[in-house]
Design a protein around this ligand. Structure first.
Ligand code: PHB
Length: 394
């Protein structure tokens, strides 16, 4: 059976970008439908990012979906940079006039957003198949997909491509329109989730001869830890004991102990910087990972996706209220200013903290000098802090 439907904004992807956009539009009286090829259970169970900038926290609060985050999120006013076996605190509160970050799981944010969409009559269609986008270079864009064996067509005014790096939206833009900017890093992160109370109140980013390590967390009972590894590292070669041993070595510091516990999940992620320009074509707008990827060292992926859709929601609201397309036309330009600054920061943090296979002893000395500078100069620490807590939205 062929099912036809109409909405104002068709959104591909029910990740943070798609769901925040859908709810922001709802709050402004704009109708949207979200299509997602995975199941709700999968999306809500997948362990992803965990650091929310102050601006992201403020937005979710203003949207009325911040209650659980406020109750359960861990507010941090600093991070530790550890090198040469010594810790150095970057005091965000002092360096950014009181700003901080909140540790709260992306998948918890998604649960709350899904509930909010359902409670307000929003349509988020999970487990749709064969999604494709059409006619976005004229005034009647369409999203086609299959659901429960039926062929469906969603006609809309605009399409938001919030379907991630591997999604269908970006590759649907005609060739020759987009320019891609890419940097692959010659390493990955081996990440674990452990049933162990975090050994530090704040995150610890460590530079070590054997490679980078990070201590993060999800709750007061659950630690999240990462080790720099080869990009194609075989996770099966890493038994729990070996992982803890390596974490103990890289994170070690006098008078400090890393608490171990059962490993609940483990995996390897690659690292890349990626930007596509422009982030729009006709009536198709790319947002979040479909348009850009940052290496996780700056903890920016989710926050950048949310920043994109804030710009998009504002532009769409202006269009529906006044017919003025100015902000829509400037969407890509306005987003990319922030995207590139965040790319720069994420690249810089990554470059400072990892061992590179092709480096020489000069590079290593330079990295240590950079760490020494950033932890001893107020100007340098302030630069790190203002980027980490999040640059202001324009
Ligand atoms: C995480 O908790 O997953 C996390 C924290 C900080 C990062 C990256 C990942 O820079």
């Amino acid at each position: 059976m062929q099912i036809s439907q109409r909405t104002q904004v068709g959104i591909v992807g029910a990740g943070p970008a798609g769901l925040v956009l859908s709810h922001l539009l709802y709050l402004q009286g704009i109708d949207s439908v979200v299509v997602e090829n995975r199941s709700r259970q999968y999306v809500e169970g997948r362990v992803r990012a965990g650091v929310l900038e102050q601006g992201t926290v403020d937005l979710l609060t203003d949207m009325g979906v911040g209650e659980r985050m406020k109750a359960e999120g861990l507010v941090h006013y600093g991070i530790e940079l550890r090198f040469g076996g010594q810790g150095h605190r970057i005091d965000f509160q002092d360096l950014t006039d009181g700003k901080g970050i909140t540790i709260y799981s992306q998948h918890e944010v998604l649960k709350v957003l899904n509930n909010a969409r359902v409670a307000t009559g929003g349509q988020v269609l999970f487990e749709v198949e064969n999604v494709s986008v059409h006619d976005f270079d004229n005034s009647k864009p369409k999203i086609r997909y299959e659901k429960d064996g039926n062929a469906c067509e969603l006609t809309c005014d605009f399409i938001a491509g919030c379907d991630g790096f591997h999604g269908v939206c970006r590759p649907s833009i005609p060739s020759g329109v987009l320019t891609e900017y890419v940097r692959e890093y010659p390493f990955g992160w081996l990440g674990i989730l452990a049933d162990a109370p975090p050994s530090s109140e704040e995150l610890i980013y460590t530079y070590h001869d054997r490679g980078f390590a990070l201590l993060s967390m999800r709750t007061p009972q659950i630690s999240r830890l990462y080790l720099q590894c080869d990009p194609d590292e075989d996770i099966d070669a890493w038994g729990d004991e070996r992982i803890w041993q390596e974490l103990q070595i890289r994170l070690s510091s006098t008078g400090w102990k890393l608490t171990e516990g059962p490993i609940l999940q483990k995996g390897v992620t690659g690292m890349r910087s990626f930007v596509v320009e422009p982030m729009q074509y006709g009536r198709l707008f790319l947002a979040g990972d479909s348009a850009h990827i940052v290496p996780p060292t700056g903890a920016k992926g989710l926050n950048l996706a949310v920043a994109d859709v804030q710009v998009l929601a504002r532009a769409l609201a202006r269009f529906y209220a006044t017919g003025n397309q100015c902000q829509l036309n400037n969407y890509s330009h306005n987003c990319l200013r922030r995207v590139w600054k965040v790319q720069r920061f994420s690249w810089w943090m990554t470059s400072m903290l990892h061992r590179f296979p092709d480096e020489n002893p000069f590079d290593q000395r330079r990295q240590l000098a950079e760490l020494d500078y950033v932890t001893s100069s107020r100007a340098a620490a302030k630069t790190l802090a203002e980027n980490y807590v999040g640059l202001p939205m324009q």
